[in-house]
Design a protein around this ligand. Structure first.
Ligand SMILES: C[S@@+](CC[C@H](N)C(=O)[O-])C[C@H]1O[C@@H](n2cnc3c(N)ncnc32)[C@H](O)[C@@H]1O
Length: 250
């Protein structure tokens, strides 16, 4: 049997291509505006959990916020490193969020978990409860949490497979997201994410890469239950460019 690595490791070098294809710059900039509207004081501290390659981290730092990040994949962190010569000024914790050795000592005015990050961090109910307890423990007095997820009420996870193509600098990047299995009961989705890079002139395949992704597609009701448990209320926000949920807990 072929053992397939986590896509967050093997495909980290293609993550910027992935989000440019799936999200696009306009969605990211609407998300940044939403985050900024939640936290106007630039001295406030933000924590980006499951930060990927810094899709929100860099724009927020450039806007003047103090932002720290947590990311489980060292390969994603290496991509963050590659993009800046000020990496030493940014606190990026290479930590799997539910692991016991709590590395983060600060408290934050806003914690963001964007693009279904919670689907990857918590796979079973016990982990979801632990995730919310931990988030609460990292919040400063009056702090907020922003959770961005796809909305199970208007999307069928089993049908999320897609092939997306981008041509850039003489190369064709093909991204293939294939659903391998979706369990309606547990909401666990198993998928395979593959990339190939082809030289447009010679049509030669320059690189291929693939990895697996496991997500549990938590719904608004699951998150409501956890928010009640830690004594936070939820308001549902949106952006105009998609139908995803942007849940603000306070
Ligand atoms: C879909 S990506 C979202 C990245 C980023 N938030 C964005 O919006 O572009 C999910 C990220 O969560 C990270 N991740 C998954 N499980 C994690 C965990 N237990 N602790 C920290 N990060 C985790 C993955 O490595 C991946 O970079």
């Amino acid at each position: 049997m072929e053992l397939i690595q986590s896509a967050n490791k093997s495909n980290a070098k293609f993550y910027d291509i992935a989000y440019s294809l799936v999200k696009g710059e306009d969605v990211t900039s609407q998300e940044i505006k939403l985050i900024e509207s939640l936290i106007k004081d630039k001295d406030s501290r933000i924590l980006d959990v499951g930060a990927g390659t810094g899709r929100h981290l860099f724009p927020l730092i450039n806007s003047g916020y103090k932002v720290d990040a947590i990311e489980e994949s060292i390969e994603m962190i290496n991509e963050i490193k590659r993009k800046t010569n000020k990496f030493n000024d940014i606190k990026v914790f290479n930590w799997s969020f539910l692991e016991k050795n709590n590395q983060v000592k600060e408290k934050y005015d806003l914690i963001v978990l964007m693009w279904n990050a919670i689907f990857e961090i918590a796979h079973i109910k016990y982990e979801l409860t632990e995730l919310f307890k931990k988030l609460k423990s990292l919040l400063a007095v009056g702090g907020k949490i922003l959770i961005n997820i796809d909305d199970l009420r208007n999307i069928d996870p089993a049908m999320t497979g897609h092939v997306l193509i981008k041509e850039e600098n003489g190369k064709k990047y093909e991204m293939n997201w294939k659903v391998l299995n979706y369990n309606q009961e547990t909401k666990l989705l198993e998928s395979l994410e593959s990339f190939s890079v082809v030289d447009l002139k010679t049509q030669k395949v320059l690189q291929t890469s693939k990895g697996s992704i496991y997500q549990t597609w938590w719904g608004l009701d699951d998150i409501q239950e956890e928010a009640d448990e830690i004594g936070l209320s939820i308001s549902v926000r949106s952006i105009s460019l998609n139908e995803e949920l942007y849940l603000v807990l306070r």
